[in-house]
Design a protein around this ligand. Structure first.
Ligand code: PEP
Ligand code: MN
Length: 375
């Protein structure tokens, strides 16, 4: 069972003390307190673990600090919705809001290569009023002889450039827990010019020790990619590993599934699962059209497959787009063939925001149908 406290309940208030005193005395029940920092308020959730079947919901809701109590299942205990549409979703990090209702675009380099390309990318983002990007420093590669990323060596100049161009959040994959400290040390030394969203790649979705290590820190939010060869349930449970260790600021990323043939796209695009993940959990949902589609193939209508796939995800309510761009794809060290070009950025963004508006209009159609709104 879960007891949700009134927003902004002070931990030194009488209401909180009396409530916790009662809950802690329940026989055979252990208590886990989880703090969630939302966009406008702090929320405290108290998980009652053990045999809670005999507990009376009304009794728990009568406690002075408890707003409401809900029965939860063991699956995705913290991140799940548990049929409660009021559970708060999302968080704010470094001034950027992440939720199940808004949208952030993370266009950038799959892998950091040379300062000139990073500069061009960030300049283009600044010119288009974008404050987020993707920059891979640690690259998990299928082939051990492929470029593995510049690692911590590139962090100082990447972070400095981000600060210079007003980039607030960089999605950056890490493949080992020691990378958290490398990022931390570097950002601190530079006076935190930017922020980092720690990315867990599809090859590491079930690297439970890495997940636990990332979950133990609360400095950085996490972007967890769906495993490309496991069930959705298994990937959502992987996300719960992060939350169970204390970090519930998790965004879930769909990035396509492996199929035998790998044609016509690098992976089978799975963006029809955007609404399903939003229904099952309260995580904001990201789509990665680059690693799903994996090519620059174009439909006869003049629109690239990768742009069509993006539109499909965003119109279904995606909250984040993670996408590969490169100023000179022929020189990219990783994933050049799927990168979009600098001059495609403004039109692509226009398309994305149009689709996000369409999603809102689609919502309104059904709200009118149910009589929830009248205009
Ligand atoms: C990436 O985003 O660069 C990446 C390696 O993605 P994935 O883990 O989805 O393959
Ligand atoms: Mn890539």
């Amino acid at each position: 069972m879960l007891a949700i406290l009134y927003p902004n309940t002070a931990l030194d208030s009488d209401e909180y003390r009396q409530t916790m005193h009662y809950l802690e005395a329940l026989p055979g029940i252990s208590i886990k307190v989880q703090e969630i920092q939302g966009a406008t308020q702090r929320l405290t959730e108290v998980y009652l673990l053990g045999d809670t079947k005999s507990l009376d919901i009304d009794e728990i809701e009568a406690l002075p600090a408890v707003e409401r109590a809900i029965r939860i299942s063991d699956d995705y205990r913290i991140l799940g919705r548990h049929k409660d549409s009021h559970r708060q979703s999302g968080f704010t990090y470094n001034g950027v809001e992440f939720s199940q209702t808004n949208l952030n675009v993370f266009a950038g380099l799959c892998a950091v290569d040379v300062p000139e390309h990073v500069e061009m990318m960030m300049q283009a983002l600044e010119d288009n009023n974008e404050v987020c990007t993707r920059m891979g420093a640690y690259k998990p590669r299928t082939n051990p002889y492929s470029f593995q990323g510049h690692g911590k060596g590139c962090l100082p100049w990447v972070f400095e450039k981000a600060g210079k161009h007003g980039i607030k959040v960089i999605a950056m994959e890490i493949t080992h827990e020691s990378h958290i400290e490398e990022i931390d040390t570097c950002l601190e030394k530079l006076g935190n010019p930017t922020g980092v969203l720690l990315q867990v790649g599809t090859r590491n979705t079930q690297n439970f020790e890495l997940l636990k290590a990332i979950g133990r820190q609360n400095t950085y939010p996490v972007l967890l990619k769906r495993g490309f060869g496991i069930t959705l349930n298994e990937s959502l449970n992987a996300a719960e590993y992060l939350a169970s260790e204390g970090n519930a600021n998790v965004i879930f990323c769909l990035r396509g599934m492996k199929t035998e043939a790998g044609q016509p796209h690098r992976n089978m695009v799975d963006f029809a699962h955007v609404p399903a993940v939003k229904r099952l959990t309260r995580m904001p949902v990201c789509i990665d059209p680059s690693h799903s589609v994996g090519t620059r193939d174009q439909c006869p209508d003049g629109i690239l497959d990768v742009m069509h796939a993006t539109a499909q995800g965003v119109i279904a309510g995606a909250n984040m787009v993670l996408v590969d761009f490169h100023p000179n794809p022929g020189k990219a060290l990783v994933d050049g063939p799927q990168a979009l070009l600098m001059n495609e950025l403004p039109a692509y963004l226009e398309d994305i925001y149009l689709c996000h508006d369409m999603w809102k209009k689609r919502q309104a159609i059904y709200q009118r149908m149910r009589g929830e709104i009248t205009e």
